[in-house]
Design a protein around this ligand. Structure first.
Ligand code: UDP
Length: 331
């Protein structure tokens, strides 16, 4: 469906700006709402002269602004959130307020103007994995409230519940996507604290790659181009309404393996060191041991399957980091 006008909240962020690129390329118009707390102007600056693109610096917590923007678009991709475990651990209060109140503001305004909303959630909501691969209907098992990490999962679960309640009780078209460790160009080494951005930056600075714990924990890293395709498919598929979808790559790898591949990409010229979790996150931290998506639902309903192999995606990401080295790594 070409020629729609989308509001993309968080559109200056890593996934958001990659989504904006593809939406514009597909012939849509885009309004980005971003407060630039994590997002970067440099991620969207190349669109500023495009008449199909508009950037509004502002927050999803600003209700009149959200309502005004909502009235002028056809549908909303809601990505604005405090993302990344490190951010949330550092400031759980802000994480919860932005993630929950921001989403409610979007849904309320969408209801007023009858606009479809795609809410972005996270594989973090699975918490301590029970069955791997993780299916959307699997139970969520979270740790105690004394561990701040889990507040992120709780805030995203509440976002999902809100999206579903607006769908069931108010007949608002909503859909939820759960991202699995997206990576690729524009990953922010300071922002989201992603391990891939961290390792590449460390390698480029000649520092050792810091593997937390024993490195046996796993993740399923998903190239951002795949994340964007899955997201757009969820928005465009009417049968997807009222459902959550795992958007991820099925290939699971350990953090030790990842460190080894990054080291190989730098011709072995970097060290790998293991550091305790406490040193990275302070006391009271609990890691997720395994994470790998079951994507049966996304395949059946959205026709989605990740296509970019990790080797290829890592190569493209490292290349991008090398090209942007001066902006990313302070001298
Ligand atoms: N990690 C690591 N070294 C780093 C940063 C992260 O070993 O410098 C680990 C982290 O402890 C976790 C995994 O990599 O086990 C993924 O962390 P990330 O913050 O990228 O994402 P999330 O935990 O949200 O999946």
């Amino acid at each position: 469906m070409a020629g729609q006008h989308f509001l993309v909240t968080g559109g200056a962020g890593f996934v958001g700006s990659n989504l904006v690129d593809t939406l514009l390329k597909s012939g849509h118009r885009v309004t980005v709402l971003d407060d630039l707390s994590v997002g970067k102007m440099r991620n969207i600056a190349h669109h500023l002269a495009n008449p199909s693109f508009r950037f509004i610096k502002g927050s999803v917590l600003d209700v009149p602004l959200v309502e005004r923007l909502m009235s002028g678009v056809d549908a909303v991709y809601h990505l604005a959130a405090v993302v990344g475990v490190k951010y949330v651990v550092d400031d759980p209060l802000r994480g919860m307020l932005v993630n929950v109140n921001g989403t409610e503001n979007i849904l309320k305004a969408a209801l007023k103007y009858q606009r479809k909303v795609l809410v972005t959630s996270s594989s973090e909501v699975f918490g301590r994995p029970v069955n791997v691969p993780l299916s959307e209907n699997d139970a969520t098992v979270l740790g105690p409230t004394s561990v701040p990490r889990w507040s992120y999962a709780v805030s995203k679960l509440l976002d999902e519940h809100l999206a579903f309640a607006y769908n069931k009780q108010q007949q608002l078209p909503t859909v939820v996507v759960r991202y699995f460790n997206a990576y690729g160009p524009r990953l922010d080494p300071l922002g989201y604290g992603s391990v891939i951005a961290k390792f590449i930056t460390q390698a480029l600075s000649g520092k050792p790659l810091t593997v937390h714990g024993d490195g046996s924990q796993t993740r399923s890293f998903t190239f951002v181009g795949d994340t964007v395709r899955g997201t757009m498919a969820a928005m465009d598929t009417p049968e997807a309404e009222g459902l959550a979808f795992n958007i991820g790559n099925r290939r699971e790898c350990t953090i030790n393996q990842l460190a080894g591949w990054v080291r190989d990409a730098f011709d072995g010229a970097v060290e790998i060191e293991h550091i305790p979790y406490e040193q990275a996150y302070g006391k009271n931290f609990e890691d997720t041991k395994r994470r790998c998506p079951d994507i049966s639902r996304a395949r059946e309903v959205l026709g989605f399957e990740a296509q970019v192999p990790l080797e290829d995606g890592l190569r493209r990401t490292i290349l991008w980091f090398k090209e942007h080295r001066d902006e990313l790594i302070p001298a």
